[in-house]
Design a protein around this ligand. Sequence first.
Ligand SMILES: CC(C)(COP(=O)(O)OP(=O)(O)OC[C@H]1O[C@@H](n2cnc3c(N)ncnc32)[C@H](O)[C@@H]1OP(=O)(O)O)[C@@H](O)C(=O)NCCC(=O)NCCS
Length: 196
Amino acid sequence: MRPVHQSVSSFETKRLCAEPLAAHHLAALRAKLYEDPRVMATLGGRVLSEVETGAMLARGLEHWERHGFGTYVFFAREDGRFVGRGGLHRYLLEGEEEVGLLYHLAAAEWGRGLASKIAEACLRVGFEVLGLRSIMSWTQPQNGASRRVMEKCGLSFEREGEFAGLPHLFFRISEPQWRARFSPSAAEQSRDVPRR
Ligand SMILES: CC(C)(COP(=O)(O)OP(=O)(O)OC[C@H]1O[C@@H](n2cnc3c(N)ncnc32)[C@H](O)[C@@H]1OP(=O)(O)O)[C@@H](O)C(=O)NCCC(=O)NCCS
């Protein structure tokens, strides 16, 4: 894997503000995401305890410290409400180091295109700032909304497999595929891209 070129801390899109994951996000992550059975239905099938969410947060903070990139917490620009978590995280998958794209939204925010915009902004950070060559994402087969988010962002199905002991479908987008799909002029028109 190539080294990270530069880090991206906070950024904004047309509708959202992104802050790097921080310890003070714990309460919102618990209340809006990891203790909500609707959210967890497609993230392993059970809600997380406070200790489990705390451990996940600690792993996310350690990832930022070690790698200079990671996941963000997203807030709505219009009123500051918590929207969700998304970003990039390194994983070892079948012996290969990969960067995975993740997006977890509060149930109240579903169905308005926000996950797609979060995914697109995080891919842009990965390819255009961090200099990554390829990014993967994966989901449980029944998660039609997540598959559609990937499709809208240009990821292609690669293989079936397991993640966390559950069947998953794995998708990927390469840097050239990203460039071909999201030209800088198209991004400028939509303004749904990170602005630092
Ligand atoms: C999956 C998730 C991120 C989607 O968030 P969202 O903000 O509703 O997503 P978007 O609105 O950007 O896009 C969803 C797309 O899927 C479509 N969709 C919704 N439900 C669907 C379903 N059951 N089957 C197929 N497509 C579906 C929507 O119509 C939309 O496509 P469109 O824009 O072409 O109409 C959100 O439901 C979530 O956070 N779920 C819990 C955590 C999770 O599963 N994260 C992904 C793990 S891989």
